[in-house]
Design a protein around this ligand. Structure first.
Ligand code: ZN
Length: 562
């Protein structure tokens, strides 16, 4: 099964041109308009699938090339070309989706593919009209400008020049003064570029509001939800979830911060202490990249044939890019090449425990994509984002019994830190979400007013936060390092919704590991064939959008951490 996956270096994608696309568009559109039966429509969907897979493969390779080397002019111009072409491709897809939504064979097709495809297409057609094409191109350019600005960072910590990913080992160091200097240096970069960062985001908010009103939305919030394809919940449901985090998790998180301060021996936990959990320093993986990959092979082999053989294929065929290099974009992600049915994992190793999380998180995404690579329509290859993160974040917990491989004697300490961070993350994640609701509900706000919005939200959800003399983040600009806020509006609550599901997997795996693993693999195999709450419920977890989803998790976490 896996031997037919070529090495990554052999992947090819044909580069679409407008001239080349136009006859393809006409042919596929004609297949749809001519289709007299469900069978003929199904065949037209097949042609459309092939076209979309080929475009997706080219786009993935283009964006990956750029992320691997943001300084390469050829990659950059190809990325720009892809961004410019994108609205034409969306325009075509929206025309097809409209045809399908109005198809006389819709009922038969719904029987075959399930209602989710129609729900997704129904959302997609509301987010595009040719009149916003130029706005979309501009939006992509501004987002790219932010990515490039951050990738250009050369941060001087004690004479060592690092990029933003490279700050982490200092910012999580056991020595308090080192952590403080790391935060000073990090925020000096943001402060030096503050005007530009404010300006890019200000333009993005104006642009997004303009697009939303052109499409008939009151403001960007409605458009943002549709763009995220949230087909089974609304902003009121998300507000209920945030309220549960505020009531159930914030008190626990505040207690965890207090015991953290006690362990660190500090009177008052400052911003630069937040990433260090005790005086022995955060648990670190005990080897280099090659050693880590070897340990990951052992771990996945032990977790079962499905995931074991999959990971070995990724490692053997070159579908991992893990080291940190100058000019490489920050962060980590998983992408995939639909023509080949194979995913790719991109990361920036920095010697911290975060490196282990690349295996336990990004491989969760990759494994889901692999399990569902043969779904009959492209829209089901990945689920919507909040569902995607269930696969990644749950795997972080399901791999707990194997952490000795990476951390040796520090494994138990790692597990405690991981659980603590997962819980403390929830208030931060919902703060990012509430902030974005405020931003887009008030499009005429100034950058300083946005700073005020962030401060208010931050104080409510993270009452322990103290920036001391770090004046730039204290001015309400901490959110500027959260790249989702620039590049993918409203994409953040997804992590907290998924974390709530993952924590339930943790509770369940503690009583029946085999059953939890089986449900996990089944969930991965479903791919994106159902909306979030249905996927969650089918995997045996309470939807985070329902009252009471966090109570048991918080109780069990207190017991474990006490
Ligand atoms: Zn993820």
């Amino acid at each position: 099964m896996q031997s037919n996956i070529p090495p990554f270096s052999n992947l090819q994608a044909s580069r679409p041109t407008l001239e080349g696309l136009s006859p393809i568009f006409s042919r596929i559109e004609k297949e749809f308009t001519d289709a007299q039966s469900p069978e003929a429509t199904r065949q037209a969907i097949e042609s459309w699938n092939e076209h979309r897979k080929s475009i997706d493969t080219w786009k993935s390779i283009t964006h990956l090339n750029f992320s691997q080397d943001t300084q390469n002019e050829a990659y950059k111009s190809e990325r720009d070309y892809a961004d410019e072409l994108s609205p034409k491709l969306i325009d075509f897809d929206v025309r097809i989706k409209k045809l399908l939504l109005a198809s006389p064979h819709r009922e038969a097709l719904t029987k075959e593919f399930g209602p989710q495809a129609f729900a997704l297409w129904g959302a997609d057609v509301t987010t595009f009209e040719p009149s916003i094409e130029d706005n979309l191109v501009k939006e992509a350019k501004l987002s790219a400008e932010y990515v490039e600005l951050l990738a250009s960072a050369k941060i001087d910590i004690d004479g060592n020049i690092v990029n933003l990913s490279g700050v982490a080992p200092y910012a999580t160091h056991a020595d308090r003064d080192t952590r403080y200097r790391a935060e000073q240096a990090r925020w000096k970069f943001f402060s030096d570029n503050g005007e530009k960062l404010d300006e890019i985001f200000h333009e993005l908010t104006q642009l997004r509001h303009t697009m939303a009103t052109k499409l008939g939305f009151e403001n960007y919030i409605g458009m943002g939800y549709q763009r995220m394809q949230r087909v089974d919940y609304k902003s009121e449901d998300v507000a209920l979830f945030r309220k549960q985090v505020l009531e159930d998790v914030v008190p626990l998180a505040a207690d965890l911060r207090k015991s953290q301060a006690a362990r660190l021996g500090v009177d008052s936990l400052m911003y630069w202490d937040e990433a260090a959990y005790d005086l022995s320093g955060n648990p670190k993986p005990q080897g280099d990249e090659a050693w880590m990959i070897q340990r990951a092979r052992e771990m996945f082999d032990d977790m079962g044939e499905e995931i074991g053989s999959f990971f070995n294929m990724m490692a053997d065929q070159g579908y991992l890019d893990l080291d940190t290099r100058a000019g490489k974009a920050g962060g980590g992600f998983c992408t995939s090449f639909a023509d080949y049915g194979v995913p790719f994992v991109f990361a920036n190793f920095n010697g911290t425990k975060h490196d282990v999380e690349v295996f336990t998180h990004e491989i969760g995404h990759a494994f889901q994509n692999w399990r569902s690579r043969n779904k009959p329509i492209v829209d089901y290859l990945w689920p919507t984002y909040e569902s995607c993160e269930i696969h990644s974040m749950s795997l972080e917990f399901l791999t707990w019994p194997f952490m000795e491989l990476f951390f040796k004697d520090d494994a138990e300490r790692f597990r405690r830190v991981h659980l603590t961070e997962s819980l403390i993350f929830l208030p931060y994640g919902v703060a990012v979400d509430e902030f974005q609701h405020l931003v887009y509900a008030n499009p005429s706000a100034s950058p300083d007013e946005r700073g005020e919005m962030w401060r208010e939200v931050e104080q409510r959800y993270m009452p322990w936060r103290q920036y001391g003399d770090l004046s730039y983040p204290a001015s309400g600009r901490r959110w500027q390092l959260q790249r989702h806020i620039y590049g993918m509006p409203f994409y953040y609550i997804d992590y907290t919704l998924a974390q709530t599901c993952a924590l339930q997997f943790w509770v369940q795996a503690n009583t029946d590991r085999r059953d939890a693993m089986e449900r996990y693999i089944n969930l991965c195999t479903r791919g994106g064939e159902a909306p979030f709450q249905e996927l969650a419920q089918s995997a045996g977890v309470i939807s985070p959008l329902r009252e009471g989803c966090l109570k048991d998790v918080v109780k069990k976490a207190r017991e474990f951490l006490d």
